[in-house]
Design a protein around this ligand. Structure first.
Ligand code: FPP
Length: 241
């Protein structure tokens, strides 16, 4: 398929659950963090593939609200990887025209990481070629709970009329309020579940579960999935006329 055709019929927003780093490392007799580092190196290739595929928005699940249950060594290693990734990749992301946003609850993250996240969002704020959203300490239920709390505060303060709350209201309070809903959600590593990712936003997304482990996920595989999306018949609950 040509890039132009993909732009017309392909997904505008793709979300990815990058799973399988641990198993990839284990298969090589290496510690889990080795797999996370290999996984982080894959991100650039996938981001850079987006413009030609007509993918304007890419959202990736880097760390969930449940991932704190992992060992202290793995959690600390991941946090250090995120700090390093932002520091090392900021220039390349900026030069590629990528606008970076983070979603998730920042409260539990360390101050240095939060400062790096803020800085990367600020320096890339003028970019528009690809919108990369990194979900970090993100959980769909947590996001809806935080949004509901802010909505309730607005009702209590008289800024929002509860009689006017409808399904357009809550998304304005979600972390993703400026993003379109994902058209396609991909999960690598053979697991067929959504693990609390973009629960509200993915109500009508198409799903693709593939066996490839995230560190082996190439731009070519990505292009194949994006290309096959064009053949899907999305009816959003309606019927084809
Ligand atoms: C799931 O694989 C992956 C994660 C919890 C971390 C995702 C992080 C990265 C891909 C690297 C960093 C990303 C950025 C943006 C720098 P798993 O460890 O659960 O794999 P397993 O199921 O095989 O154990």
């Amino acid at each position: 398929m040509t890039a132009v055709a993909a732009q017309q019929s392909g997904p505008r927003h793709v979300a990815i659950i990058m799973d399988g780093n641990g198993r990839w490392a284990q298969a090589r007799g290496r510690p889990r963090l080795f797999g996370h580092h290999a996984g982080a190196r894959r991100v650039r290739e996938i981001v850079e593939a987006c413009p030609d595929l007509g993918v304007k928005y890419l959202t990736i699940f880097a760390f969930s609200t449940e991932n704190w249950k992992r060992t202290q060594v793995e959690v600390a290693g991941l946090m250090s990887l995120f700090r390093r990734y932002i520091t090392k990749e900021a220039r390349a992301l900026f030069n590629e025209g990528v606008r970076v946003r983070f979603i998730g609850d920042r409260v539990k993250l360390d101050k240095k990481l939060i400062a790096l996240m803020d800085e990367l969002e600020q320096i890339t704020a003028g970019n528009d070629r690809v919108h990369l959203t990194i979900a970090l300490n993100y959980g769909g239920r947590d996001e809806v709970a935080r949004a509901t709390k802010r909505l309730a505060e607005d009702v209590a303060a008289g800024r929002l009329d509860p009689a006017k709350v409808d399904e357009e209201t809550l998304p304005r309070y979600l972390d993703t309020c400026v993003l379109p809903d994902p058209d396609l959600v991909i999960r690598t590593s053979g697991e067929a579940r959504i693990s609390n990712f973009l629960l509200w936003q993915s109500a009508y997304a198409e799903y693709e579960f593939i066996d490839t482990l995230w560190p082996d996920f190439t731009a070519e595989i990505f292009a194949g999935i994006v290309g096959s999306y064009a053949g899907r018949d999305r009816r959003f609950g309606g019927v084809k006329v």
